[in-house]
Design a protein around this ligand. Structure first.
Ligand SMILES: NC(=O)c1ccc[n+]([C@@H]2O[C@H](COP(=O)([O-])OP(=O)(O)OC[C@H]3O[C@@H](n4cnc5c(N)ncnc54)[C@H](O)[C@@H]3O)[C@@H](O)[C@H]2O)c1
Length: 263
């Protein structure tokens, strides 16, 4: 089933949660990834969406979701791309109310194996990408009275296990810090900033995880299973919506209870 079909067949009715809102969503280039799923849920909830990605897949996501979506190719580590992405959103939609920053890249080397290349690659996409997208989201939203930012962190920002790359974990801990800084520095001007911290989630890349590792990862969650991309996207939609109007500076674990377990 495609991500659009899964969202269309969701048991949750559209609540018009994001009616009239314009959202920029990065990392929206992989069908069944969390970013593309956020785009589908946001459209279903009434938003107009700019889908951004480095891969070219943002076009496929936009075509699948229809006329309320405009694609834009952007590398979140390049400030000129990020600036151009918000300029494009203003040109097409006239305003930006929401940033959902999902773009991310994988890395799995443990402490004794980490390389400078992996560290730089992970911190540039996750952390510098968050700094730059948040910077230009704030600049774009301030003139229209504010908006909402949702960054994608990870359960690995709180704690680690034997598999998690320390560079990834550190980059995501940095995402939490940036989120709190934006919330504190711009709250009085109408900008809310929160983060979603997923646990193991069945985005497309994780469908290929070998069965024995899959079973181990599923057992980490108190709920005993992996999350679905929609389960991340619905929390992001709530945090981005006016229903979360008094929620800011918060990192929300969406991990089936993984991060609260002792082991
Ligand atoms: N899936 C999980 O289990 C899980 C768990 C914890 C946190 N997360 C976080 O959630 C987010 C989404 O995860 P996912 O599994 O859907 O990932 P994914 O790899 O399926 O999608 C990431 C997207 O980001 C894009 N991207 C990579 N580098 C980019 C760049 N420089 N500029 C713009 N786009 C870029 C990729 O092309 C891809 O479309 C990531 O930030 C990830 O770290 C995921």
């Amino acid at each position: 089933m495609t991500v659009e079909e899964r969202v269309a067949n969701s048991p949750y009715p559209s609540g018009g949660l994001l009616e009239g809102k314009v959202a920029v969503i990065t990392g929206a280039g992989v069908a069944e990834g969390i970013g593309a799923t956020c785009a589908a849920v946001f459209v279903k909830e009434g938003a107009q969406v700019l889908t951004a990605d480095i891969s070219g897949g943002q076009v496929e996501t936009a075509v699948a979701l229809g006329p309320s979506v405009s694609p834009f190719r952007a590398d979140v580590t390049r400030e000129e791309d990020v600036e151009a992405m918000f300029a494009h959103a203003l040109e097409v939609f006239g305003r930006v109310d929401i940033l959902v920053n999902v773009a991310g890249n994988p890395g799995g080397r443990r402490g004794a194996e980490v390389t400078v290349e992996e560290f730089e690659s992970l911190t540039s996409v996750h952390l510098l990408g968050t700094v730059l997208t948040n910077k230009h989201a704030v600049r774009t939203m301030l003139p229209t009275g504010g908006g909402a930012i949702v960054n994608f962190s990870s359960a690995a920002a709180f704690n680690v296990d034997g598999r998690i790359s320390p560079a990834y974990s550190a980059a995501k801990a940095g995402v939490n810090a940036v989120t709190k800084a934006v919330a504190v520095q711009y709250g009085a001007q109408g900008i809310r900033a929160n983060a979603v911290a997923p646990g193991f989630t069945l985005s497309r890349k994780n469908h290929a995880v070998p069965p024995e590792i899959m079973a181990d990862l599923e057992s980490r969650a108190a709920l005993g299973r992996a999350g679905q991309p929609e389960e991340q996207a619905h929390v992001a939609a709530f945090l981005a919506s006016d229903r979360a109007s008094f929620v800011t500076g918060v990192i929300v674990p969406v991990d089936g209870g993984w991060s609260v377990k002792l082991a």
